[in-house]
Design a protein around this ligand. Structure first.
Ligand SMILES: NC(=O)c1ccc[n+]([C@@H]2O[C@H](COP(=O)([O-])OP(=O)(O)OC[C@H]3O[C@@H](n4cnc5c(N)ncnc54)[C@H](O)[C@@H]3O)[C@@H](O)[C@H]2O)c1
Ligand SMILES: [Zn+2]
Length: 357
């Protein structure tokens, strides 16, 4: 049986490069030869054992590659095409998908709290930090990369860009809006870019690292606030003449930033939450206007599927946004353990790494 190299979760603290069989292709699958992939903050949670996955699972959920082999029932593609697939690979046929929420595939109130059903790569099935990845439901999930776009230009589409833009879109940003984005990590930076593209005329980026605020400006922030130096809530209220913002995007996952988002909202404003929270949230009475503020709180899980990927790549192809500069470091798959070491400890100003098998 032919083998491939793959980055595998062994136990908390250990993701190692190992050999695995190249997977067999089922009727609806596609085998993709990975040409570039990256590491997500979520993979670091997996590495630390904070998000449990099965031992022996190949990690990674951001694939760029070339179709190596198609399942017998897959139509509309051919081998050799350059493709990406979203981090979330919806089936297309579940109730959640039919309601327009493919990321929630398989989740259901009847089954208790079981989110992330649509997230399969490096979660419930083998992921793409490997030489090959099996893409399930290929006709729902394979998006052909437009001519002329490099791997690194589309590398952020599967996860970071889809999520950040999703936060802006679901926040319902309108032309002329004022938007605050709390945290300028990869997700917050894409939310900042998404807010600008959505027509917000004042985008306020908040972070505690000067370097991140610098990048936030390049991604579209009109004003940046260093929350290690000043109180972002006071500053945003001052900047808006006490009016507050139309939309506040939370891109970190902490009580502190969630609450700050509520406190800067204008009456009727929207808190668009992207962060993954690891403890219960409290909604303070004052910030919530005792439930009478006409506020909206909306959450988003990274949208997937081929049409989503096509739209995101169209944004890049049209030259509206270049996320290539988010790639700050490059590694071979053989050196992925070093890449985890650097990215996991956020050394050397790393933003995103490109991994090439
Ligand atoms: N909703 C989704 O589908 C989805 C997808 C991917 C990631 N996420 C979540 O999005 C969040 C952000 O991910 P990321 O990869 O950009 O994170 P990251 O850890 O790379 O970046 C976080 C940023 O927050 C800044 N920060 C820290 N404390 C702060 C504070 N008090 N105020 C302002 N900024 C502060 C840091 O300086 C850093 O720039 C995480 O919770 C992640 O789990 C959600
Ligand atoms: Zn991710």
């Amino acid at each position: 049986m032919a083998k491939m190299k793959a980055a595998v979760f062994v136990e908390p603290g250990r993701i190692v490069l190992d050999e695995k069989p190249i997977p067999d292709v089922g009727p609806l699958d596609a085998l993709v030869r990975v040409t570039t992939t990256t590491i997500c903050g979520t993979d670091v949670h997996i590495l630390k054992g904070e998000y449990p996955v099965a031992r022996g699972l190949t990690v990674g959920h951001e694939p760029v590659g070339v179709i190596e082999k198609l399942g017998s029932a897959v139509r509309g593609y051919h081998e050799g095409q350059r493709v990406i697939a979203g981090a979330i690979t919806p089936s297309g046929w579940s109730n959640a998908c039919q309601c327009g929420y493919g990321s929630q595939d398989g989740a259901g109130v009847a089954h208790g709290w079981k989110p992330l059903g649509g997230w399969r790569f490096g979660n419930t099935i083998d992921g793409c930090q490997a030489e090959f990845v099996l893409v399930p439901d290929a006709m729902t999930n394979l998006a052909v990369v437009p001519e002329g776009l490099s791997d690194e230009q589309v590398l952020m589409c599967p996860d970071i860009m889809s999520t950040g833009f999703g936060g802006a879109e679901n926040g319902g940003i309108r032309i002329g809006d004022t938007v605050a984005v709390f945290a300028q990590g990869p997700i917050g930076l894409c939310a900042t870019a998404g807010a600008k593209l959505s027509g917000a005329t004042t985008v306020i980026g908040v972070d505690r690292i000067a370097g991140r605020l610098e990048i936030a400006r390049r991604m579209g922030a009109d004003i940046v606030i260093d929350s290690s130096r000043e109180d972002p809530v006071q500053e945003i209220l001052r900047l808006t003449g006490g009016r507050g913002v139309d939309v506040a995007i939370e891109a970190l996952g902490l009580q502190d930033t969630f609450e700050a988002c509520l406190r800067v909202l204008r009456p009727g404003g929207t808190l668009s939450s992207l962060g993954v929270y690891s403890s219960d949230l409290k909604i303070p009475l004052g910030a919530f206007a005792a439930g009478l503020g006409d506020h909206k709180i909306i959450t988003t899980l990274c949208p997937g599927g081929k049409e989503r990927m096509r739209r995101l790549m169209a944004v890049i192809q049209a030259g509206r946004l270049d996320l290539g500069p988010m790639v700050t470091h490059r590694f071979k798959l053989d050196d992925i353990e070093q890449a985890y070491e650097l990215f996991g400890h956020q050394r050397d100003g790393v933003l995103k790494v490109a991994i090439t098998p």
